[in-house]
Design a protein around this ligand. Structure first.
Ligand SMILES: C[S@@+](CC[C@H](N)C(=O)[O-])C[C@H]1O[C@@H](n2cnc3c(N)ncnc32)[C@H](O)[C@@H]1O
Length: 255
C-alpha cells in the first residue's frame, strides 16, 4: 500500500493513541512494537471483534455479497425515494472537508457527498469493506478505508471536519465508547450525526427477515437513539425521526 504521508499523520494506535509509522505493508507502533497489516490496500486494526460486535461482524460478512443488490431491488420494487435523501442534508460537509464515516459499509452514502472531500471510512466487516472498495472503483471515487471497530478509532484527536455514523450503533458492543471516539477525532465545532433504525424496523423487519432473524433472536436490547450517552458539554443536542419514522437522527456539536 502506498500510504499518503498526510494520511499517516492522521493515524494513531487504536489502543494507545500513539502515532504510527509505515512498515513493510503494515503500520507499526514504534513504542510498543505492535504492527497492523495492510491487506488489499485496507489498514487492518481488528484482530477479533469485541463482545456482541462479533455476532454482527459475522452477519454483515455474510450479507455483504448481496447487500447492494438487495437495497437496489428494494427501491425498484417499492418505488420509494432513497431514504438517504432524508438525512444527508443533516451532514455539514464544507468544501475540501476531511470526512469520517464510522461503519461505512459498502459506501452507499458516498455518492451523495460532494466530490472535493477527503473521505475516510471504517467498518467492522471485511466483506462490507471489500464491496465498498469495489464500489469506489465503479463510482470513480477515492477513499481511505480501515478495518476496525467504532469503539476504537485508529485516528488522532481532532482531525475530522465531519464525523457521522449510519445504521449500526443500536447493537454496537459499547455505544458510549463509540460516541466518545467520534467526539475525540472530530475538530472543535464539528457537528456529529448519528442515524440508525428505530425499534419498529428492528422488530418488524430484522427480527422477521430470514437472512437476519437468527442474529436478532437473542438480542435483548431495544433500538433507540443513544441521546442519554452524549456526554455533558456537547452543544445543540437534537433527536428527530427521519425516513418516515423508520430511523432516528441524533445530532450534536463538539464545543
Ligand atoms: C446497515 S450497515 C450501514 C452501512 C452504511 N453506513 C450505509 O449507510 O450504507 C451497518 C454497518 O455497521 C457496521 N458495524 C456494525 N457494528 C460495528 C462496530 N462496532 N464498529 C464499526 N462498524 C460496525 C457493519 O459491519 C455494517 O457495515
Amino acid at each position: 500500500m502506498t500510504l499518503d504521508p498526510r494520511v499517516l499523520e492522521l493515524l494513531s494506535d487504536p489502543e494507545t493513541h500513539d502515532p504510527l509509522e509505515l512498515g513493510d505493508n503494515c503500520l507499526i507502533n514504534p513504542k510498543s512494537g505492535q504492527s497492523y497489516p495492510i491487506r488489499e490496500g485496507i489498514a487492518v486494526f481488528l484482530q477479533e471483534a469485541s463482545g456482541r460486535n462479533r455476532k454482527y461482524q459475522t452477519m454483515y460478512d455474510r450479507l455483504a455479497p448481496g447487500y447492494d443488490l438487495a437495497e437496489r431491488l428494494f427501491y425498484w420494487i417499492s418505488r420509494k425515494p432513497d431514504r438517504r435523501l432524508g438525512f444527508i442534508p443533516e451532514l455539514e460537509v464544507p468544501a475540501g472537508a476531511r470526512v469520517l464515516e464510522v461503519s461505512v459499509g459498502t459506501g452507499g452514502n458516498l455518492p451523495f457527498l460532494r466530490e472535493d472531500i477527503e473521505f475516510f471510512g471504517l467498518d467492522l466487516s471485511w466483506g462490507m469493506l471489500r464491496r465498498c472498495r469495489h464500489n469506489l472503483k465503479r463510482w470513480h471515487r477515492s477513499a481511505n478505508l480501515f478495518h476496525g471497530e467504532g469503539e476504537r478509532l485508529p485516528f488522532r484527536d481532532a482531525v475530522f471536519d465531519c464525523v457521522y455514523h449510519v445504521g449500526g450503533i443500536n447493537f454496537f458492543s459499547d455505544k458510549a465508547r463509540a460516541i466518545a471516539e467520534m467526539i475525540r477525532v472530530a475538530k472543535p465545532g464539528t457537528k456529529i450525526v448519528i442515524i440508525d433504525e428505530t425499534e419498529k424496523v428492528v422488530s418488524q423487519q430484522y427480527r422477521e427477515n430470514p437472512f437476519t432473524r437468527r442474529y436478532y433472536a437473542s438480542e435483548d436490547r431495544l433500538a433507540s437513539a443513544p441521546t442519554d450517552l452524549v456526554p455533558a458539554g456537547m452543544r445543540e443536542i437534537q433527536t428527530r425521526l427521519v425516513s418516515a419514522g423508520n430511523e432516528y437522527c441524533l445530532t450534536f456539536r463538539k464545543p
